[in-house]
Design a protein around this ligand. Structure first.
Ligand SMILES: *Cc1c(COP(=O)(O)O)cnc(C)c1O
Length: 463
């Protein structure tokens, strides 16, 4: 199983592509000085749950092409639907016009999302879905005469995207500190992260809830909304919230009459075991952001859903300026909506949600074994979202220094065995496509297990 990918001598074409990439491309979230020294993998095609590079090496897509792939790659039903749509229209605007596919998808999203969400505002990335949620929530109170409400409450280590607005409510210090002077102010409360808390799991949730309530008590007439990644904080390191935390946050927002924005960009479309994370606690948010897996990883699309009550506050004569002045050129793109519709049909056809418990259980068994290994601080999991935190000292949970790049080296070491992962610092994220077959999931988990058992000690010895 180990040396599955031969990593042959880099052929001429690959060499040329790497040269051009280094010449022309600035990669996201990448220290380009490292990249320019590296020997990057260039993906050229894909098949099912495998990515294939220019050398013909195959890799299991272990993080769903950054958390968005669902049914695998080159899925006939989605491919055919997109091809057929190109024979009709690929894009026309939603500014002043309707479009068949955006209507069909909106109807479907309203049907499958939690009760109360009735209107769909489209955009094209998770960050824009969040920007829209923030502006919509703020303007809702402006339109209803509560003009002092200008502030949001968010969690430390939360991630909501990379535009200035979404970074303003983002709690990851590395991503926000440099931009601080450009950001609007928000209130941050500690993430309920039992692993980093010196008390019981229940106390951990209570600690955060008390902080939220403290802010709401003293300034509820200034607060617009609480924004939260329900159940799991993704980019913060797959921080899994204690059970019932979301419900308690919802109760607080109701008690103090502020809005709840659920950012389901990462958690949506099956990843937590239900279609949406909010369903796990039967929470109905006022606004919900969807992105990433909405098109099964095919095309950029996002959606911000909200209630009739919020929508109605934007109605009125032009002269009252209640209109929501926001929109993107590719809003509700027809090809992207077509991909999303085909994906949702596959969810039903393949009874995908029903197939998840067995795979979640399999992952749980492997994670239990992995958690016992040396240098593993914790193996966290919610549904098919998982992270293995690598630490220097298992008992004190002391971390390696970032310059040692342990997470990245560990993930690279799995490539010859045919696994592609992208870590978050020293957290090895495992987020297979929701539709992955159980035997392939087991193969993926086995390679990860053996790599942490056998390769990691060597990597650590060499740093
Ligand atoms: C990825 C992510 C975003 C941003 O989505 P983009 O499409 O990358 O802009 C927002 N919120 C959450 C929770 C995410 O995981």
């Amino acid at each position: 199983m180990r040396a599955q990918n031969k990593m042959t001598k880099t052929n001429q074409l690959t060499k040329k592509l790497i040269e051009l990439d280094k010449k022309c491309i600035w990669h996201p979230f990448t220290q380009m000085a490292d990249w320019l020294k590296s020997q990057p993998v260039i993906i050229d095609s894909a098949e099912g749950f495998y990515l294939i590079d220019t050398e013909g090496n195959r890799y299991i897509d272990g993080v769903s092409s950054l958390w968005c792939n669902v049914h695998g790659h080159r899925v006939k039903k989605i491919d055919d639907a997109i091809k057929a749509q190109t024979d009709k229209v690929s894009h026309s605007t939603l500014l002043g016009l309707g479009q068949t596919k955006s209507i069909e998808l909106a109807e479907k999203l309203v049907r499958i999302t939690p009760p109360g969400l009735q209107k769909v505002f489209y955009s094209d990335s998770g960050a824009t879905a969040v920007e829209i949620a923030l502006k919509m929530a703020y303007q809702y109170f402006q339109n209803t005469g509560e003009k002092n409400r200008t502030k949001f409450i968010a969690l430390e280590s939360s991630y909501h995207g990379d535009t200035i607005g979404s970074v303003s409510v983002g709690g990851i210090k590395t991503f926000r500190s440099i931009f601080r002077p450009l950001l609007f102010e928000a209130f941050f409360v500690p993430a309920p992260h039992p692993y980093r808390f010196d008390g019981s799991k229940e106390d951990c949730a209570k600690y955060t809830l008390d902080k939220i309530e403290g802010i709401l008590k003293t300034r509820c007439d200034q607060i617009v909304a609480v924004i939260i990644e329900p159940l799991v904080q993704g980019a913060g390191g797959i921080i899994v919230h204690p059970q019932g935390f979301l419900t308690s946050v919802r109760q607080l927002t109701k008690k103090y009459s502020v809005l709840l924005i659920a950012d389901e960009v990462a958690t949506g479309f099956g990843k937590t075991g239900k279609m949406f994370a909010c369903e796990n606690e039967t929470v109905n948010p006022d606004i919900m952001c969807l992105g990433k897996a909405i098109t099964a990883g095919y095309l950029p699309l996002a959606a911000t859903l909200t209630t009739g009550q919020i929508f109605d506050a934007f109605l009125g004569p032009i002269s009252e300026y209640k209109t929501f002045y926001h929109g993107h050129t590719y809003t509700g793109n027809a090809l992207a909506c077509t991909a999303a519709l085909a994906s949702l049909e596959l969810f039903e056809q393949n009874r995908l949600i029903e197939s998840l418990p067995a795979k979640i259980e399999l992952m749980k068994q492997y994670f239990a074994k992995i958690a016992e290994l040396p240098f593993v601080g914790e193996a966290r999991q919610c549904g098919l979202m998982g992270a293995i935190e690598i630490v220097k000292d298992k008992s004190s949970k002391e971390s390696f220094s970032p310059e040692q790049k342990i997470g990245s080296k560990l993930c690279s070491s799995m490539r010859p065995a045919g696994v592609m992962l992208r870590p978050l610092g020293d957290c090895v994220v495992v987020m297979p496509p929701v539709a992955i077959k159980p035997d392939l999931l087991e193969k993926l988990l086995n390679i990860i297990l053996h790599s942490i058992e056998n390769d990691l000690p060597k990597i650590i010895r060499d740093v």
